[in-house]
Design a protein around this ligand. Structure first.
Ligand SMILES: CC(C)(COP(=O)(O)OP(=O)(O)OC[C@H]1O[C@@H](n2cnc3c(N)ncnc32)[C@H](O)[C@@H]1OP(=O)(O)O)[C@@H](O)C(=O)NCCC(=O)NCCS
Length: 203
């Protein structure tokens, strides 16, 4: 499951509380059109979306196998974590209402840190949307959720992710063993960036 950054920041109770409040108050319109928090009634559409291996094969922390029950439980769990200021599970629907992508933002308020995972529908991949969308999302996470650190992981053979994460200015920090929900592990590339590094690069 997603894990907080290796680098540990000093975080006051006031900062922790402000991040929790920011997660609860987050306005998803700032991420772009078609965004909404995943709700239980999205379970069937989200299950169908996740079932495409081109969308999900590279992502380790999803509720496999992709049954309606498992995905529905993930949505409910994510809403409970959102209420605690710890997760945002966000869907993007296109103009026809089909799911075009998902993002899962994990937040550790007491560490002033967040991580982003996500995927685009296969027909939207490799056309520049992911890179542009991820860059915008990283900036939004720093600004809207008020965290001071982000970390990211990617499978060692996930060339597109590695390119877009490097291009965004994240700093490679070697490898990390990530733990799948079934307890098995995967070796991943690991990056961090601080809010100060982000602002120095992107303003
Ligand atoms: C990862 C993902 C979000 C990237 O979005 P995307 O729209 O496909 O990627 P982009 O078109 O913006 O390309 C990102 C980079 O990869 C490069 N790229 C695109 N397609 C490529 C391909 N088939 N092979 C190698 N590089 C490729 C692009 O040139 C770009 O690099 P550049 O900035 O140096 O030019 C998307 O591919 C996806 O959802 N993949 C499946 C799920 C996944 O891997 N999620 C991330 C887990 S960490």
């Amino acid at each position: 499951m997603s894990a907080p950054p290796d680098t540990v920041l000093d975080v006051t109770p006031e900062e922790t509380a402000a991040i929790r409040a920011a997660v609860l108050a987050a306005d998803l319109d700032g991420l772009g059109p078609g965004r909404s928090l995943a709700r239980p009634e999205d379970a069937a559409d989200l299950t169908a979306f996740l079932t495409d291996p081109r969308v999900t094969d590279a992502i380790y922390d999803l509720p496999r196998p992709f049954t309606h029950e498992n995905v529905g439980r993930w949505i409910v769990e994510s809403e409970a974590l959102r209420q605690a200021g710890r997760r945002l599970l966000i869907l993007t629907r296109d103009e026809t209402g089909r799911i075009a992508g998902y993002s899962c933002v994990s937040v550790w308020p007491e560490r002033s840190a967040a991580e982003l995972a996500g995927a685009l529908r296969a027909d939207r991949q490799s056309g520049g949307q992911g890179g542009a969308g991820a860059l915008h999302s990283f900036g939004w996470i720093f600004q809207a959720l008020k965290v001071r650190m982000m970390c990211l992981t990617a499978a060692v053979d996930n060339v597109r992710s590695a390119k877009l994460i490097d291009a965004a200015g994240f700093v490679r920090m070697g490898a990390r063993e990530v733990v799948r929900p079934d307890g098995t592990t995967r070796t991943s590339l690991y990056w961090e960036v601080t809010a100060a590094q982000w602002r120095a690069r992107w303003g």
